[in-house]
Design a protein around this ligand. Sequence first.
Ligand SMILES: Cc1cc2nc3c(=O)[nH]c(=O)nc-3n(C[C@H](O)[C@H](O)[C@H](O)COP(=O)(O)OP(=O)(O)OC[C@H]3O[C@@H](n4cnc5c(N)ncnc54)[C@H](O)[C@@H]3O)c2cc1C
Length: 335
Amino acid sequence: MDDAVNDGLLDLAVVGAGPCGIAVGVAAREHGLTCKLIDRGAVTQAMMEHPTYTTYFSGPEKLEIGRVPFTTAGDKPTRREALRYYRKVVAFHDLDVVQYHEVGRIERYEGRFVCHTMSREGIRRDFHARNVVIATGYYDNPRSISVPGAKLPKVHYYFTEPYPYFDQDLVVIGGGNSAADAALSCWREGARVTIVHQFESLDRGVKPWVRPDIDNRIAEGSIPAFWRHVVTEIRPGEVEIRDLDTGERRVLPNDWVLAMIGYIPDPRMLIELGVEVDEPTGIPSHDPATMRTNVPGVYIAGVLAAGNDANKIFIENGKLHGHLIARVVAERSDG
Ligand SMILES: Cc1cc2nc3c(=O)[nH]c(=O)nc-3n(C[C@H](O)[C@H](O)[C@H](O)COP(=O)(O)OP(=O)(O)OC[C@H]3O[C@@H](n4cnc5c(N)ncnc54)[C@H](O)[C@@H]3O)c2cc1C
């Protein structure tokens, strides 16, 4: 069915209702712009997919949007608190969010845009807007390992809970926060965890309150770590790793692999719209003062703007894009 509902011509259609998309919605409302947020899932769908027991590294005040106070039981928000908080922000500002509609294609015609969406029940709906903001984040697109066996079902790119790994041989690839959290959590629930990381130590950005815990587990041998090693092949029951310095190979018993090596934004929607994306960095062409791309009427918000170095933009600074965009769109519609 193609109902192609015409909800009127919006000032802004925002693709993605993550924290940075929500910040655009709040800023649009404050500037008197008509705006719809469209998400393939629920509000903050990507954060819903974060590990169940995540405690964020940012203090609650850093994650606040739209002057809605964020209070938490501890110093740092848990995933559960953040999911509740962003729903409160959406309700408080009465944002218009179309949930469970994936934007497949955006067409440009006569200086306007039509966002073609499909609901999870297969219903198509079109949204027309003068301007579009792409705020699709990075979490749908994990960096993948390309070695033989990487597609085996025991290889996971998302970690949600440690319980499946009890009494199992688990290799965690990576050395950042996600790898450290997953390794500790699984080890505590009875997994035999080995870390394999291409660099000589854990990343410097590992949360300071996690660092002593993971360092001590590694030092005491509870969680063996192979630094400057890469996984070269994944096979049923085992993985092969290689020392980057000596070339020496060794085989580890293995039931599961958690590849915690990060996520990168998928620029395809932007490229289809004519936005230029810098090849080496993956950064879409845009003016950081307005978040406007090289295509008139197309803006970007949130972590997408960071390109392949996705850790440069996160909620703390990505939420600031909303006001930059709403201000310039409001100025242009005044003129
Ligand atoms: C475990 C973990 C801990 C983190 N801790 C922190 C922290 O402490 N502090 C911090 O600032 N950041 C933190 N981050 C990073 C932060 O979560 C991201 O930077 C943030 O979510 C980016 O917000 P966003 O709105 O740009 O994108 P996202 O939150 O990824 O939202 C993008 C939205 O777009 C939707 N979408 C994608 N494609 C489509 C489509 N085609 N059609 C419709 N909808 C679509 C998705 O469903 C999603 O809801 C953490 C990340 C992880 C993984």
